[in-house]
Design a protein around this ligand. Sequence first.
Ligand code: NDP
Length: 283
Amino acid sequence: MTAQLIDGAALAKEKLSQLKQTVISLQGRGIQPGLATVQVGDDAASRIYIRNKSRACAEAGVNSIHHDLPAQSSERDVLRHIDTLNRDASVHGIIVQLPLPKHLDARRISQSIAVAKDVDGFNWRNLGALMEGTPGIVPCTPRAAMVMLDSAKIRFEGRHAVVVGRSNIVGKPVALLLIARGATVTVCNSHTADLGAITRQADVLVVATGKAGLITRDMVKPGAAVIDVGINRLPTGKIVGDVAFDEVKVVAGWITPVPGGVGPMTVAMLVENTVNAAARNQQ
Ligand code: NDP
């Protein structure tokens, strides 16, 4: 058996082109959606992520304005900058690229973004709404995982979903989304005993650990839908996921590649959150 590929790059392209139509209609009503990206310091990987985000914005007709702050900026400087963006009517979404330099409190800084402009969905109000199952801004990577599962028409009710990883930005929110859809959910972490015994029960397996090739063929139930969130750079420079793709694709029913899977779809979700924030702002 060979798994069907859930092609994140293709789905992202389709999503961005749909969003472009929404943006055109917003522009017709005098609204130009805008995303402000803030980077403090000069982390090379952050620079690449921000470039991808601004390219995706351009594809959908969303303005993206990048704000580069020096690595030695004080917390007060960064908070003041965010406050200005919170009050800027041309900005509908704000993201602060992580990681931040160590002397800054990432938690305090990300919580300072206005709830309505928190397009990463990390504000406690948005996370609280997610927990309650009420409308709010949903974090991009967890949403990307769900949209990709929906594209493959995966059912959740009566099925066992296993999430490997319990971070606040991926594992926990994706588990909440799966619960909301009626799946029976197990969340694993680095202390889980006999991980394979649990992952082998999964009809839906979402892996977000940052451990290259952690999930091998023997850990996957035949026919399962496997979403690989991990992004790992090998010493050779090659980018791989947390799932041993070549061997797992032989048993899984559906699988996402890395690169070209959850990554591009996450960026498309960020653009969607920004367009939706602009549309809400106008109501
Ligand atoms: P974190 O490091 O915050 O969390 C990793 C989680 O994996 C932790 O809960 C940890 O458990 C768990 N874990 C680690 N090793 C094991 C193991 N051997 N068995 C079971 N669980 C384990 O990472 P993130 O959630 O932020 O990111 C995870 C991966 O996803 C990274 O590769 C990251 O680059 C990628 N990512 C990709 C995105 C995309 O757009 N595609 C977006 C965000 C992240 P414990 O809590 O016990 O330590």
